[in-house]
Write a protein that binds this ligand. Structure first.
Ligand code: NAP
Length: 245
């Protein structure tokens, strides 16, 4: 039976989760935000930090703290936590809802090359390409193994470059403005962009820059096995919660 939430565990780590926490606060619905690691972002309301220890650990938390709802607003590429959360909620009879921002889709002027993994993405780059990698600090190994590539890596924290000293690293956190993105692209004259299909507006400017220059975007698909999305925005998820779904 559906009912208004009495207590919500909100799995965060995204801007959508922050938006949702703010909306829950405004609606005076009781909630706790859960984050994987050191919390850099500010969330209104109580926060717990650190992994649960898998499905059973999540189930224990849901039961012990009497959560009626588990709202999963983790990143589309967080492949472990979401299936575990959905299973734990089913095990204890809590309502599971997934907030996942929609993926980017190619428009008529975009040149997307769809691949399933970082390995496939690296293999798709032509010999000697100047490639702009916006994959974060992980998943760089197959690109670093290609000595012929000229790589520019943008990540929040400085990645391990496996001993390569010819890679340019840009340490930066989005959102990225279009003007700055254009200037970066003009300076580096990239032949290809490699990105995960994270979706969202905060890092969309790179796709505009690629489109304007007719440059291919090697687009790594979201991981398989994620629970289906119930909503793509915090507002839409809120509407479901308030409707007792
Ligand atoms: P992951 O591979 O799905 O999760 C790894 C482990 O971290 C999980 O098994 C779980 O540990 C713990 N965990 C993840 N999210 C948690 C949360 N919200 N609360 C408590 N524990 C959590 O995830 P990831 O890719 O490492 O991402 C970690 C966090 O960063 C996620 O919350 C995600 O929303 C955020 N994030 C990820 C990306 C990305 O590209 N992957 C980008 C931006 C933000 P236990 O098994 O011990 O429970």
């Amino acid at each position: 039976m559906s009912a208004l939430p009495t207590r919500i565990l909100l799995l965060g780590g995204t801007t959508e989760a922050q938006d949702l926490a703010a909306a829950l606060k405004r609606a005076e619905l009781p909630f706790v935000v859960s984050l994987a690691g050191r919390a850099r972002a500010h969330y209104p309301g109580p926060t717990r930090i650190g992994g649960f220890g898998g499905v059973d650990g999540i189930a224990v938390t849901l039961r012990a703290e009497r959560f009626s709802h588990l709202v999963d607003a983790t990143h589309p590429f967080a492949a472990e936590i979401s299936p575990a959360a959905a299973r734990a909620a089913a095990d204890v009879g809590a309502r599971y809802l997934r907030l996942e921002r929609p993926p980017w889709r190619a428009g008529p002027l975009d040149w997307f090359v769809d691949v399933a993994s970082a390995g496939e993405a690296a293999a798709a780059l032509p010999a000697g390409a100047r490639a702009f990698l916006t994959l974060g600090s992980r998943n760089l190994a197959p690109f670093l193994a290609r000595r012929d590539l000229r790589l520019v890596v943008r990540a929040i924290t400085r990645p391990d470059l496996g001993g390569r000293d010819d890679v340019t690293v840009i340490e930066a956190r989005g959102p990225f403005a279009l003007d700055a993105e254009r200037a970066l692209w003009d300076a580096h004259r990239f032949d290809a962009l490699v990105t995960k299909n994270a979706g969202g507006a905060a890092s969309e400017a790179k796709l505009v820059a690629a489109r304007e220059r007719g440059i291919p975007v090697i687009m790594i698909a979201r991981p398989a096995g994620q629970p289906p999305a119930d909503a793509g925005t915090a507002d839409a998820l809120m509407a479901q919660l308030l409707a007792g779904r």
